[in-house]
Design a protein. Structure first.
Lengths: 191, 461
């Protein structure tokens, strides 16, 4: 499908969704749910929570779709709602996750993965090994492209905290990737 | 080795930003069910609003109906007076029916000698038609007489002196006397304008109390208090909360049960009398509503921390969060010693500052007036706290999350007013209030309350 045809098609689907037509809602869901589920999986602590976020997020999308002004990317608009839903859940639950011992996660690192090249699953695994507060800031900044100001507003933390969490997250991820590329790993890869 | 930290951002972004993942089919089914339920709920809300509008319309329609019924009774009385007093009805050239009560003006003289100095029957817009036809623009009371006789006594004496049919009710006698007053100038009364005549009869001030009413202020203030029976109507609870409530190992939470709360409402209102029967009213009230969760198992933070899963206390109106923003551990936690848990009642209080806009319509105008009332209430959330109460202790726990700060509700009720003194009256007012908006931002939970207000009102000069 050409880009123009796709845009016409998505406009039609959006209008159908605004009218509350369940068929168009299903079409929209099928177009975007795969990408959005990947977003949910990045933010959530497990698969079940990602499913919850996707479900809640899409319900909000359909409830608020009449607020979309057809300016800018619709996918970006949906993605923002999904991210906000994930962050909302994070805000509600992060107080339960009191574990803050980074070394524990480093110990869990599976060196068997080194034998293959980095995949999206590997990177996702690294991300999930971060503590929630580092993970959520890193995903929001590095992958979703939010500024520190936006992150501080969304999470109710200061800009300084956001920056320091990002810095710490980068450091941990760098260590993990460096370990991934140890000589041993490269040799195995070459074989 | 990757040394540039910015490259880490780029690596993760480039690899993951367009990543897709297969989604289980049942998620769409859940979303679809949720959307359809919300559609049904919107329809229900629409129907409820229509029902509220119908109630308000019926309230006023019934008021009008009763008002019409009273007029019909007066019409019958008028006809009865004409018949029983053998009043002569004559037809004019243009077929208009007219009576003359005082052909010899004797009765008029009798009354004239005893009337108070300051009594004036004012013309007004509604009786203008009748009065213009009868060429009676106002009933000037003879000011020359200095003798002050109470009007109710005057009426009583006057009625005693009159020869009435024995079966004639007292009210009919009053109507006859009023007819005489209107006919004081010995002018024919137009019976074709019966409605206007009846209205004019209502306006004729014979009794002292009637006279006073003409001078009364239209404004009154009232203080009211009521115990409240407050609860909520659960239409739909957000999927998140349902899912959490159904989490495994929640058998201990299942012991918990929500019950209505006995609370109160207190405030003051100001009323404006638009007409004899219609009043509009607003005011400021402080109302406490809420609910009780019975037999919840509570653990101290030190007991549950790090020992297993913990869950928020999910209630139909929202999650409970402790004052220090820590979730309340009410569920069972593996490895906990349950003998150390506290069985407690959790009381969720919501305090509102309420501003009602109410219309009252008097349907019965007797010794005890009966009004029907209906209106809209705007409640501003001013207090949200959760109190824990067990056999030995009572303390503040925290608050309920996601509670809407403004709540709109519809009020219907009946108002009974009994006059105590000249300016004071006592009222009893059973009311029912049902919220039009959900108490929680995410759940569809509608608070309602029954109240029986009692109050003392003061009528301004």
């Amino acid at each position: 499908m050409s880009q123009k045809k796709f845009l016409n098609s998505i406009d039609k689907i959006i209008k159908g969704c605004v009218a509350g037509n369940i068929k168009y809602q299903e079409m929209l869901y099928k177009q975007l749910s795969g990408k959005m589920f990947a977003v949910c999986l990045r933010y959530s602590k497990d698969y079940t929570e990602a499913e919850d976020i996707l479900q809640e997020g899409f319900i909000k999308v359909f409830e608020k779709i009449n607020q979309f002004k057809f300016k800018g990317s619709f996918e970006g608009w949906v993605r923002r709602i999904i991210v906000n839903t994930a962050l909302d859940k994070y805000r509600k639950q992060n107080i339960l996750q009191t574990v803050d011992d980074i070394s524990k996660y480093s110990e869990d690192f599976n060196y068997d993965d080194v034998i293959s090249k980095i995949t999206s699953n590997d990177l996702l695994k690294f991300i999930h090994e971060l503590t929630p507060k580092y993970k959520v800031v890193f995903i929001s900044y590095a992958i979703e492209g939010y500024s520190h100001k936006e992150i501080s507003d969304m999470l109710g933390i200061s800009v300084g905290t956001s920056k320091s969490n990002l810095s710490r997250a980068r450091q941990i991820l760098q260590d993990k990737i460096n370990k991934y590329y140890t000589d041993e790993g490269k040799i195995k890869l070459l074989k | 080795m990757i040394n540039d930290r910015k490259n880490i951002d780029k690596l993760f972004h480039d690899v993951l930003i367009n990543n897709e993942h297969e989604v289980p089919n049942y998620i769409w089914n859940n979303i679809k069910d949720n959307l359809l339920n919300k559609k049904r709920r919107r329809n229900r809300i629409l129907l409820r609003n229509i029902a509220a509008s119908v109630i308000i319309i019926l309230t006023f329609a019934s008021g009008y109906f009763f008002s019409d019924l009273f007029r019909l009774e007066k019409h019958k009385s008028l006809q009865s007076v004409i018949k029983k007093q053998n009043l002569k009805v004559k037809e004019t050239d243009n077929n208009a029916k007219k009576i003359n009560i005082n052909p010899d003006n004797k009765a008029n003289k009798e009354l004239d000698t005893k009337k108070q100095d300051n009594i004036t029957f004012q013309n007004n817009n509604q009786n203008k038609g009748f009065l213009s036809k009868t060429e009676t623009k106002s009933l000037e009371i003879n000011k020359k007489k200095k003798e002050q006789v109470p009007q109710n006594k005057l009426l009583a004496n006057s009625i005693e002196n009159e020869s009435f049919d024995k079966s004639m009710p007292y009210n009919d006698k009053i109507i006859y006397k009023k007819l005489k007053l209107i006919n004081a100038d010995n002018i024919d009364i137009d019976l074709n304008s019966e409605q206007e005549l009846i209205y004019s009869l209502e306006q004729v001030p014979i009794l002292n109390t009637d006279l006073k009413k003409k001078k009364e202020s239209r404004w009154s203030v009232e203080g009211q208090f009521s115990p409240l029976y407050a609860y909520r109507d659960v239409k739909e609870v957000d999927a998140y909360y349902v899912a959490t409530a159904n989490t495994s190992n929640s058998n201990y939470r299942d012991n918990a049960k929500e019950e209505p709360l006995s609370a109160f409402s207190v405030g003051a209102n100001v009323k404006y009398k638009v007409s004899e029967r219609l009043r509009i009213q607003t005011g400021v009230y402080y109302s406490e509503t809420g609910q009780i969760t019975k037999n919840a198992m509570l653990f101290s933070e030190s007991m549950y921390n790090g020992k297993g899963n913990t869950y928020l206390l999910n209630t139909s109106v929202g999650n409970v969060i402790e004052a220090n923003n820590v979730p309340v551990p009410v569920n069972n936690v593996d490895n906990l010693d349950f003998s150390n848990s506290e069985i407690s009642d959790i009381i969720q209080n919501f305090d509102y500052l309420e501003i009602p806009a109410i219309i009252k319509y008097k349907i019965i105008d007797r010794k005890i007036d009966v009004n029907i009332l209906s209106g809209i209430n705007t409640g501003f959330l001013v207090g949200n706290n959760v109190v824990v109460k067990n056999n030995t202790d009572k303390y503040n726990m925290g608050k309920t999350t996601d509670i809407n700060t403004i709540n709109y509700s519809v009020i219907i009720g009946v108002n009974f007013v009994y006059p105590l003194f000249k300016k004071f009256s006592f009222s009893i007012e059973p009311t029912f209030k049902y919220s039009l908006t959900s108490i929680n931002k995410f759940n569809s939970v509608y608070p309602y309350s029954f109240a029986v207000f009692s109050g003392i009102s003061f009528l301004f000069e």
